[in-house]
Design a protein around this ligand. Structure first.
Ligand code: FES
Ligand code: FES
Length: 222
């Protein structure tokens, strides 16, 4: 059995591990070695997203990565995002919108959504993004696509999207304010309200409709 010694920084605290079995996943290290039980083991093979955490601010399925690969990395679990007395905006929004039932997927959903907001702010495209200048970051379809790695067996999806949409809108507006650019247009926020429908059909723009005269420079996909 191969062993290794590493130091990990998790939720702002340094943890030293001597002779760690190199086969230990980051998820097992959190849950079993450190009793950090926010990240959940749903499937243990990258299918459900319940184990999502942040590594250097980016989301990852912790069941699919080995702890020894992250010596020196900054790791954040849901406990590092906020606790009951210090909820993050997204955690509060999930509460306000009743965006869970059993709650098993929720830590992963919130870690994932935390990274999603930063990705949108940095103009990272998703598979359904049709225009990088107006990343459709507030559309239901955009959020649904970006959250597609996080499964909710209770199917709380409409409320999850509502919660994320609320914070995303606020964060994007803040960014526009500080950058001095024009605020997002009305059309960019259309469809951000969810009314019990999980996955509405994509808009014509997102489909890159040929009849739309915007196929030349919008980054639309065919
Ligand atoms: S437990 Fe990691 S993706 Fe399901
Ligand atoms: S709230 Fe139960 S699995 Fe999502």
């Amino acid at each position: 059995m191969s062993m290794s010694s590493i130091t990990l920084r998790i939720n702002g605290e340094q943890h030293r591990f001597e002779n760690l079995d190199t086969r230990t996943t980051l998820l097992d290290l959190c849950r079993q070695h450190l009793k950090i039980t926010g990240p959940k083991k749903g499937c243990d093979h990258g299918q459900c997203g319940a184990c999502t955490i942040l590594i250097n601010g980016e989301r990852i399925n912790s069941c699919l990565t080995l702890a020894v690969m992250h010596d020196g990395d900054e790791i954040t679990t849901i406990e590092g995002i906020g606790m009951p007395e210090s909820l993050s905006d997204l955690q509060q929004a999930f509460k306000n919108h009743d965006a869970f039932q059993c709650g098993y997927c929720t830590p992963g959903q919130i870690c994932s959504a935390t990274a999603l907001i930063n990705e949108v702010k940095q103009n990272w495209p998703s598979y359904v993004t049709s225009d990088l200048k107006n990343p459709d970051g507030l559309l239901v379809q955009e959020i649904a696509e970006r959250m597609s790695g996080n499964i909710c067996r209770c199917s709380a999806y409409p409320n999850i999207i509502d919660a994320i949409s609320e914070v995303l809108k606020r964060e994007v507006a803040k960014q526009f304010d500080t950058s001095g650019s024009t605020t997002p247009t009305e059309s960019s926020v259309q469809g951000s309200a969810v009314s019990g429908i999980w996955s509405p059909p994509p808009s014509q723009t997102q489909l890159g409709n040929q009849n739309n005269k915007n196929t030349s420079n919008t980054g639309g996909r065919s």
